[in-house]
Design a protein around this ligand. Structure first.
Ligand SMILES: [Mg+2]
Length: 230
């Protein structure tokens, strides 16, 4: 577990506070943009810089076996630690004021230091960060996001309401089914556009979450769904 919020954590005890759990890739950081730029560079592809994957694992541009090898090379590269934000970090920090903010990421544990440096360089504040998710890395299967969130909430007194945001339907289902008291949001991306669930809410970009948490929309948010790629 890592923490960057330090003294800010005390504010999460205020009345009305929530426990907020955010995925990172595809929610806080623009993983796809970094990966696409790397694919174009390393494999001589000519994907548009704002290309969004049709399949979660980009297998529409490369077969799965080759993509697995590319993924290992990408996470070892500096580019994996230089992702741009999908939300203005100052706005995110303001959003987290008064709440508990926890990042739950499937970004590979062996490469987590560059993820921490990436978030620090951008100025994101949070109370804790945890490696978890439904996807293994090489032969290691991490705990699921629901398992980690359950353990974090086990020490809770007073039952603060909780909210979870992820761009992978599998993680949303995991948390919804195993932590039914948590409000679950799916961050819209092109690869998840056909997913529908009666109890999982869809965020068309950060404006939906800003509104949910009582903040005005951010005019810089745009094209969250990859709508330019039918
Ligand atoms: Mg993600």
């Amino acid at each position: 577990m890592a923490s960057r919020k330090g003294a800010e954590a005390g504010r999460s005890q205020q009345n009305g506070a929530m426990q907020l759990f955010f995925d990172i890739d595809g929610v806080l950081l623009n993983f796809e943009r970094s990966f696409v730029a790397w694919l174009n560079r390393e494999h001589g592809m000519s994907l548009p810089e704002d290309y969004q994957a049709l399949s979660w694992d980009f297998t529409e541009v490369m077969d799965k076996r080759a993509m697995d090898q590319s993924w290992f090379r990408f996470v070892e590269s500096p580019a994996a630690g230089e992702m741009a934000p999908l939300i203005d970090p100052a706005l995110f920090n303001a959003l987290g004021d008064g709440h508990g903010v926890h990042l739950v990421t499937n970004f590979p544990q062996p490469h987590m230091e560059k993820r921490l440096e990436n978030l620090k360089a951008l100025g994101f504040r949070y109370d804790s960060l945890h490696y978890c998710g439904i996807h293994p890395f090489r032969d290691h299967q991490p705990r699921t996001k629901a398992q980690v969130i359950k353990s974090l909430l086990a020490g809770e007194t007073g039952g603060r309401p909780s909210l979870f945001v992820d761009d992978h339907p599998g993680n949303c289902l995991d948390v919804h089914e195993n932590c039914p008291e948590i409000e679950v949001w799916l961050m819209s991306r092109r690869f998840n556009r056909d997913f529908a669930h009666p109890n999982i809410r869809r965020a068309h970009g950060w404006d939906c979450l800003l509104e949910r948490l009582g903040h005005p929309p951010d005019p810089s948010n745009g094209n969250p769904d990859g709508e330019t790629f039918p």
